[in-house]
Design a protein around this ligand. Structure first.
Ligand code: UD1
Ligand code: UDP
Length: 392
């Protein structure tokens, strides 16, 4: 069986690591995987570092599309991906998550009838102003396999008319929908066992700190939102005398200089508590998450990793796809609201009982996906062979 896996943005490269690892370890006799990088993320610390550290095979193709407006970026990806798919003729295209690279993969593959496997299917924020919401809805509706990370995602799909059923072979009109758990949980279990020698000493890790990440366009591109978030971070760090480590996404760096007043930028730079970092590697991120007191983020992936590590999370969004986390009470939606962020921190500071039930599967998501795809290929081949026999 031949798969083409399409990645482009940081979290997709990290998710692809889990699938690639399992293919290499358990299915190398049955599955050939070709990795295609759209080039959506291209800085070394947003892309190359993950291939090296997580030992992902280097992409066979890099389209080097880079940054652009949504339409231009996606259209350039579509045309590059179509060429690759026509040449490689895979049995399946594997798409991760909800970025513009996912959307481009979905359009290019579905138009030339390459079956799509969507990993992290069925998630919804119910906010179509988010570019990711459009991407994930479009991708789900042209997929042949929708692998969801949780039960809520299955419900979301059923609400949109999908039917969950067992059948002989799945296709774009009758897709297979399976709740296989979260592929990021596979990664969490695997990589949280690994240690980074010297990390704590080299980084002068304080006893207690908050980890924060900000990159969502709703926060970075609206000056008022970005200002509120940074004011809240400064005030929390001063009041509680607690360090805040912030690995900054390149988008955020750019928007901080464009959207924040020089006086606020100076306060951030002069703060003895706020530490701006360049984007860190995944193993470094895992270390930072593991040892944080609490996590403040607008990232989808970091929300979940906070939960995996049993850390309370202040979510800098108005809504989230990860409703189950909210339901445990261990994360709270604050948007970019200064007051809500401050109050949430003080509330969690006092919470003694932590509640993190297991809700993201067993950590064998990549394996379940491989098994299901191989089964389907066998069934499809049997059906096609039977058809040939019958018609002759
Ligand atoms: C993208 C995804 C988002 C995901 C995020 C993960 C879409 C629509 N958004 O958002 O869902 O959560 O990736 O990180 O696909 N930039 C660089 N260097 C890079 C990459 C980006 O400088 O290597 C800067 C550029 O100024 C670029 C901006 O970041 O314009 C935004 O990058 P882009 O890939 O368009 O969106 P993200 O915000 O990264
Ligand atoms: N991450 C990382 N280094 C960083 C910031 C994040 O390795 O400096 C990892 C993080 O642990 C998670 C993933 O990147 O696995 C999340 O990506 P991001 O926040 O960019 O996107 P999202 O998940 O919101 O789509």
């Amino acid at each position: 069986m031949k798969l083409v896996s399409i990645v482009g943005a940081r979290p997709q490269i990290i998710k692809a690591a889990a699938l690639s690892r399992v293919i290499r370890q358990k299915y190398s006799n049955n599955i050939t995987e070709i990795i295609v990088h759209t080039g959506q993320h291209y800085d070394e610390d947003m892309s190359k570092i993950f291939f090296e550290e997580l030992q992902i095979p280097l992409p066979s193709y890099n389209l080097h599309i880079g940054s652009d407006t949504h339409g231009r970026q996606t259209s350039k990806m579509i045309s590059g991906l179509e060429d690759v798919l026509l040449k490689e003729k895979p049995d399946y295209v594997v798409l991760f998550g909800d970025t513009n690279s996912t959307l481009a993969g979905a359009i290019s593959a579905s138009k030339i009838h390459v079956p799509i496997v969507h990993i992290e299917a069925g998630l919804r924020s119910f906010n179509k102003k988010m570019p990711e919401e459009i991407n994930r809805i479009m991708c789900d509706h042209v997929s042949t396999f929708l692998f969801t990370p949780n039960k809520i995602a299955i419900k979301n799909l059923e609400r949109e008319g999908f039917e969950v059923s067992q059948q002989l072979n799945y296709n774009i009109d009758k897709p297979g929908i399976f709740n296989v758990g979260d592929i990021m949980y596979d990664n969490f279990l695997y990589y949280s066992q690994k240690t980074l020698p010297g990390f704590h000493e080299n980084n002068k890790m304080p006893g207690e700190y908050i980890l924060a990440t900000i990159h969502r366009d709703h926060n970075t591109d609206h000056p008022e939102n970005l200002r509120n978030i940074f004011k809240a971070l400064i005030d929390i760090s001063n009041k509680y005398r607690i360090d805040i480590k912030i690995p900054l996404h390149p988008r955020t760096v750019k928007c901080m200089s464009e959207n924040l007043a020089p006086s606020l930028l100076k306060k951030i730079d002069n703060s003895i508590y706020i530490e701006k970092l360049t984007p860190v590697s995944f193993l470094e991120m895992i270390e930072l998450e593991k040892n944080a007191k609490l996590i403040i983020t607008d990232s989808g992936g970091v929300q979940k990793e906070a939960y995996f590590f049993n850390k309370p999370c202040i979510i800098l969004r108005e809504e989230t796809e990860w409703i189950e986390i909210l339901e445990t009470g261990m994360a709270v939606l604050c948007g970019a609201n200064y007051r809500k962020i401050i109050d949430a921190f003080s509330a969690y500071d006092e919470v003694k009982i932590k509640n993190f039930p297991k809700i993201f599967g067993e950590g064998n998501t990549a394996e379940l996906i491989c098994e299901m795809l191989m089964k389907n290929i066998k069934k499809t081949k049997t059906i096609n062979n039977n058809n040939v026999v019958n018609s002759s």
